[in-house]
Ligand binder design. Structure first.
Ligand SMILES: C[S@@+](CC[C@H](N)C(=O)[O-])C[C@H]1O[C@@H](n2cnc3c(N)ncnc32)[C@H](O)[C@@H]1O
Length: 344
């Protein structure tokens, strides 16, 4: 195929696009560095906009690194994690943004454990063998790199199990606070609910607090349940079912199997049984470029590390139909995630 002939600015723009993507890890690694240094906590505890020299002192960093710290702060401003201002002395100052407030330890909805797992070597190293993986039989790059699945590794290493469970609980606290407030009609008529893959029970606790009439039960792997504050492994389940950030961990075939089992367990169509799914619905509409990009990042991460995927509405519909469900509702109100209700 012949090359599209590029000249002048067009050629340089094409080159800049390649550079931008070669160095795309810079945002993740700069954020990781900010967390390693504890910059969001320091700014939070400072109680007012912080200057570079105050930050340097609080970090106990040598003044030889002043320029490097300024450059780190500049890219964090660019990526939306720091807001820049000036004080009465015309010095540059730094403040947290809504996103970096979620990276402060004292914030009960902080995403620190999620960030630690997400940019840590366990989930980032497998990416290096993505090209090779396409020609290998292993089901994920993660298995190629570690010889086992993430879930098996977590069952063998309590510190990984605890970190991952905390990462999920962080995320759930944030998501479910919005869900019970903005989607209360989904839950109001329920009497009992089983949280499949409910982790250490955060979803169930938030639903029980918001809707005390709903009896919630959690189903998860033994090592996860054992680390939970107050839940029990159950063998037989009854009531409606919620699967919160579960199905994206699994292949289409496994999702169909999981949902078929859910369908057997929920009340019948006549009794109003349903399965509630919280997951992403990939929207490739270019008007939502940032949200779509986040969804596609997740999709690739799920492929590399878990053998799962993020799905479009069309793909979800096929799974629901194959699992024997006849009706569904999707509310795309949670930015990158949606709440779906499916009926037998
Ligand atoms: C992405 S996490 C979601 C956790 C929880 N729903 C939340 O949002 O906090 C997936 C959960 O599925 C659980 N899981 C994995 N394999 C499972 C299995 N075979 N049976 C039950 N749970 C499983 C994991 O232990 C983990 O808690």
């Amino acid at each position: 195929m012949a090359f599209v002939e590029l000249k002048g600015v067009g050629l340089l723009e094409a080159q800049a696009h390649v550079w931008n993507h070669i160095l795309g890890y810079t945002n993740s690694m700069s954020l990781k560095c900010a967390l390693q240094l504890g910059i969001p906590d320091i700014i939070h505890h400072h109680g007012r906009p912080i200057t570079l020299s105050e930050l340097l002192t609080a970090l106990a960093i040598s003044s030889t690194k002043t320029d490097s710290l300024w450059r780190l702060m500049r890219i964090l401003v660019h990526s939306g994690f720091i807001a820049r201002g000036t004080n009465r002395n015309e010095e540059e100052t730094y403040l947290l943004t809504p996103s970096s407030q979620l990276l402060v330890k004292e914030n009960s909805m902080n995403m620190l454990a999620f960030a630690q797992v997400g940019v840590g070597p366990l989930l980032t190293t497998p990416w290096n063998s993505l090209g090779a993986w396409f020609r290998q039989p292993e089901s994920t790059c993660f298995e190629m790199a570690n010889g086992t699945t993430f879930w098996d590794l977590a069952s063998q290493h309590p510190e990984l199990n605890n970190l991952f469970n905390e990462a999920m609980a962080n995320d759930t606290r944030l998501l479910m606070t919005v869900v019970v407030r903005d989607c209360s009609e989904v839950f109001r008529s329920l009497r009992s609910l089983v949280d499949v893959g409910g982790g250490t029970g955060t979803t169930a606790r938030i639903i029980s607090e918001a809707f005390p009439h709903i009896k919630c039960t959690i189903l998860d792997l033994p090592h996860v349940v054992a680390a939970s504050p107050e839940s029990t492994m159950i063998n037989s389940i009854g009531g409606d079912i919620i699967v919160q950030w579960i199905l994206h961990d699994w292949s289409d075939e496994d999702c169909v199997k999981i949902l078929r089992r859910c369908k057997e367990a929920i009340p019948s169509k006549e009794e109003g049984g349903k399965v509630i799914i919280l997951d992403m619905v990939v929207n490739e509409d270019m008007r939502h470029h940032k949200s779509t990009e986040t969804q596609l990042f997740f999709d690739m991460m799920m492929m590399v590390n878990f053998g799962g995927k993020e799905r479009s509405e069309f793909e979800w519909l096929k799974i629901f139909t194959d699992a024997g469900f006849t009706q569904y509702k999707i509310k795309p109100i949670l930015d990158v995630r949606s709440i779906m209700e499916i009926y037998p």
